[in-house]
Design a binder for this molecule. Structure first.
Ligand code: CP
Ligand code: NVA
Length: 309
């Protein structure tokens, strides 16, 4: 039993596959406002050190749909690590709430919350990873392409938190992962070494030239070049990443059937062109909606069993 949902690396392929299957199975009933609401009187504390639209609304809505409630705690209000250490906040919330979701800068803060809380802790994005996003992405790909095994995801842009979780998710679900980033912005070598140690058959590669990276892609994925907390580097990054825009020219190298995904928020004219974004908007907003469906399934599991079995 795994109490917390902090890193995809902590879960087996079967556990992740089951979460995806359950998400897809439960979705139609909730879309018709007929899904079960088994968690009356249960509460989720949501800690945010950074801004959010999707994560906040999807967790809050998921709790409402499950019959419970969610409480939004922003950094100014609670002073995580400033007014009070993470370990004390975790112990207090563990006495009052049934689960905690946290979006922080440092990944180790979410780990510290998990180590010190009596209730499950969910990673709602750190500088290191974004596991709920990667799981919603796989749900979206599975719905569109029918299967995950053997499919190729080409991530074009910054080797960031979203790319890292997607790489792990692909390795776990027998998918190919190609990263195309400018020199100096790739995922660290040690990350790929560990991934390959743990998943010797994982098919992950680094191809600097974006046109070549998307050649066999079933999914072309991109995210902002400037993640939250990197605002000071904006000008340098925009300059460095110019050749990595997902635009019509780049998509001409990809197979015709390739879908485009973006975790949002999107910066048109930077990592993605207006035309490519709008052409693939249906898939991109399905992807955003699937944050709700995946997280409702995740919360249901955590609140029912106290973790993932
Ligand atoms: N994709 C995502 O996590 O969006 P928010 O930052 O709006 O939560
Ligand atoms: N990489 C982005 C993802 C936003 C959802 C960031 O961390 O800001």
């Amino acid at each position: 039993m795994k109490k917390d949902f902090v890193s995809l690396a902590d879960f087996t392929s079967e556990q992740l596959q089951t979460l995806i299957d359950k998400t897809i199975a439960a979705k139609p009933a909730y879309l018709q406002k007929q899904g079960p609401a088994p968690h009356a009187r249960k509460t989720l504390a949501m800690i945010f050190e950074k801004p959010s639209l999707r994560t906040r609304v999807s967790f809050e809505t998921a709790m409402t749909q499950l019959g419970g409630t969610a409480t939004y705690l922003d950094q100014t209000a609670i002073g995580l690590g400033d007014r009070e250490p993470a370990r004390d906040i975790a112990r207090v919330l563990g006495r009052m709430c049934d689960a905690i979701m946290a979006r922080t800068f440092h990944h180790k803060i979410v780990e510290e919350l998990a180590q010190n809380s009596a209730v499950p802790v969910v990673n709602g994005l750190t500088d290191y990873s974004h596991p709920c996003q990667a799981m919603a992405d796989l749900v979206t790909i599975r719905e569109r392409l029918g299967a995950l095994k053997g499919k190729t995801v080409a991530f074009v842009g910054d080797g960031n938190n979203v790319a890292r979780s997607l790489a792990v998710a692909c390795a776990k679900l027998d998918m190919k992962f190609v990263l195309s980033s400018p020199a100096g912005y790739e995922l660290e070598e040690s990350f790929f070494e560990t991934l390959l140690d743990e998943h010797p058959h994982a098919d992950c590669s680094l191809i600097h030239e974006p046109g070549r990276a998307v050649q066999a892609a079933d999914v072309v994925y991109t995210d902002t070049w400037v993640s939250m907390g990197q605002e000071q580097q904006r000008q340098d990054r925009i300059h460095t990443f110019q050749a990595y825009q997902v635009n019509e020219a780049l998509m001409s190298f990809a197979p015709k059937h390739a879908m485009v995904l973006h975790c949002l928020p999107a910066y048109r004219g930077c990592e993605i062109s207006e035309g490519v974004f709008e052409k693939h908007a249906e898939a991109i907003f399905n992807q955003a909606e699937n944050r709700l469906h995946f997280q409702r399934t995740l919360l249901d599991e955590l609140l029912t069993n106290g973790g993932i079995e």
